[in-house]
Design a binder for this molecule. Structure first.
Ligand SMILES: [Zn+2]
Length: 371
């Protein structure tokens, strides 16, 4: 039993109910169809329950996937999207309100803000990326939706299913009759219920982009979600950087990781995002013993592009003639070669053991002890 009110002093919240010999004491939270409600009908209790479960899930994910060994990239990603994310998004149709999920400045707010932090943790574990890596890059690299967009998709899909369901129509007409009886005399045009408001939102959101183009594959909801993601990315207008590959969100990026060992996948993510243990990045995160971000050849900052294409100190026979850095990190036939070459050169201490186990590599060169 629970008393729902936001006026804590107006009522006796300790009042109990006597049924025969049994006395029912009020509780401060209650579970309804798997969703937790608190006294104020806010989502604090639900959020706290989800947050308290997540360390177990994140810990389990970390035991099957690390940056250098463990489950393949696509497998670990699927563990997140099919097992862990549904725990966070359960009952989203009830607790997630798309129109209220962001502030005017575009920042997340409400329960989804805290759940996004949990998703970010999981993405870093699965991808093997550094903590400094911007999360919007990781979302594109892993083709995992921003959590609020994923929730928008869930809400719109549920709303569309309900709109065509006979039982939903009966529930709607019954609740309309009750509402009219309670409010009809006082208010001629009743305010839309949260469910109706979500229905209007879903219709507008799904139809905002017009008819799907022939090249846009997937369901109506998937097309709308991907369009919103791309629109947000364009609105951010981040300045281009030489040491980062900025791709449009697309599921085709997962093909780069097909059949790649975990170490190669994580190094590929690091190379594409530019957050990799080369001196430029180490200098940016202020590693004390790294005094400069420049390469030993002293011609440029040490980035993946410099190492792969320009540095006169590197031996690049293994890469053959494929030296166009834009395509080198974006095509399946070249990404595996460059990831292997990066590990074999022994420049990244993180992958030293991988080098020895996979390619029988030797000790790291002393000059690159920090890389
Ligand atoms: Zn150089």
């Amino acid at each position: 039993m629970i008393h729902f009110t936001r006026r804590r002093t107006a009522f006796n919240l300790a009042a109990s109910v006597q049924l025969g010999d049994i006395e029912l004491r009020p509780s401060t939270e209650v579970r309804v169809l798997g969703v937790w409600l608190d006294l104020k009908l806010k989502w604090g209790a639900y959020l706290w329950k989800v947050q308290s479960k997540m360390p177990v899930y994140v810990g389990a994910l970390g035991q099957v996937a690390t940056s250098t060994w463990g489950a393949l990239f696509c497998t670990a990603r699927q563990v997140y999207t099919a097992v862990i994310r549904p725990v966070m998004t359960y009952g989203a149709f009830a607790w997630f309100t798309p129109a209220d999920s962001r502030t005017r400045a575009g920042r997340l707010r409400g329960p989804v803000k805290k759940l996004q932090v949990l998703q970010n943790k999981c993405l870093r574990v699965v991808s093997g990326a550094f903590r400094a890596t911007p999360i919007e890059n990781l979302e594109v690299e892993m083709f995992v939706l921003l959590l609020d967009l994923h929730l928008c998709g869930l809400v719109a899909g549920t709303r569309r299913r309900l709109a065509s369901s006979q039982s939903a129509k009966e529930i709607e007409s019954a609740s309309r009759a009750i509402r009219n009886r309670l409010q009809g005399r006082r208010r001629k045009t009743p305010r839309p219920t949260p469910g109706q408001a979500k229905g209007h939102w879903a219709t507008n959101w799904l139809e905002a982009g017009g008819q799907p183009a022939t090249r846009e594959r997937g369901s109506e909801v998937q097309v709308a979600v991907l369009r919103s993601w791309k629109a947000r990315k364009r609105a951010r207008r981040r300045p281009p950087r030489l040491d980062r590959i900025d791709s449009e969100p697309s599921a085709s990026i997962l093909q780069l990781h097909q059949n790649l060992k975990k170490a190669k996948s994580s190094i590929l993510v690091q190379m594409r995002t530019g957050y990799i243990r080369l001196t430029l990045f180490l200098r940016q995160i202020r590693v004390p013993s790294v005094e400069s971000g420049r390469c030993q050849c002293d011609t440029s900052a040490k980035t993946v592009q410099h190492v792969v294409k320009w540095c006169p100190l590197e031996e690049r026979e293994a890469l053959g003639r494929r030296l166009n850095t834009c395509t080198l990190l974006s095509q399946k036939k070249t990404t595996a070669v460059i990831a292997k070459w990066f590990i074999e050169t022994g420049r990244l201490r993180q992958y030293k053991v991988v080098n020895q186990l996979l390619y029988k590599g030797g000790e790291m060169p002393a000059r690159d002890r920090w890389e």
